[in-house]
Design a protein around this ligand. Structure first.
Ligand SMILES: Nc1c(NC[C@H](O)[C@H](O)[C@H](O)CO)[nH]c(=O)[nH]c1=O
Ligand SMILES: CC(=O)[C@@H](O)COP(=O)(O)O
Length: 158
């Protein structure tokens, strides 16, 4: 049997600091995503004083706020939440594309876990399903992914 060096994170990151950046657009959905993210983190031992919540106008603005927080070096991980719902013009593709592209760039440029809890959906019904009803809560999923990545990066640099 080969012994393979393995790195894996878990869902514990003592004293880690997290920020949630939330777009206000479609706020009735986004509030549930924020709630899911906070609930997931607190259930895994993250205290309120380890959490910061930042509101921005919409998904397009999320990457800039995430970049500013990342550059401050005060956070171990950042969770982006928002809801981009397709309308009748190509606007959706621009907003959603810039949001995910910007978030990936910040994560890689800053070497910081950034969770993608931004819904990119065709209908309000699809958004509701993914904001705490039958298809889970993408805010919670993103928060747990960030928690795991923070833990993993700590293991990898130890
Ligand atoms: N249509 C949606 C937007 N649009 C707004 C943009 O994100 C941005 O705030 C505006 O263009 C000003 O720069 N935002 C969402 O989060 N969701 C949408 O469905
Ligand atoms: C995601 C969007 O940008 C969308 O809300 C815009 O709707 P429309 O394409 O009908 O202007």
């Amino acid at each position: 049997m080969h012994s393979i060096k393995t790195y894996s994170g878990d869902f514990r990151a003592p004293d880690a600091r997290f920020a949630i950046v939330a777009g206000r657009f479609n706020s009735f959905i986004v509030e549930s995503l924020i709630g899911g993210a906070v609930d997931a983190l607190t259930r895994h031992g993250v205290a309120a004083d380890q959490l910061t919540l930042v509101h921005v106008p919409g998904a397009f603005e999320i990457p800039l706020a995430v970049q500013r927080l990342a550059a401050s070096e005060r956070y171990d991980g950042i969770i982006a939440v928002g809801a981009v719902i397709r309308g009748s013009t190509p606007h959706f593709d621009y907003v959603a594309g810039e949001c995910v592209g910007g978030l990936s760039k910040v994560a890689l440029d800053q070497g910081l876990p950034v969770g993608f809890g931004v819904l990119t959906v065709d209908t309000i019904e699809q958004a509701i399903e993914r904001a705490g009803t039958k298809a889970g809560n993408k805010g919670a999923e993103a928060a747990l992914s960030v928690l795991e990545m923070v833990s993993l990066l700590r293991v990898m640099q130890a």
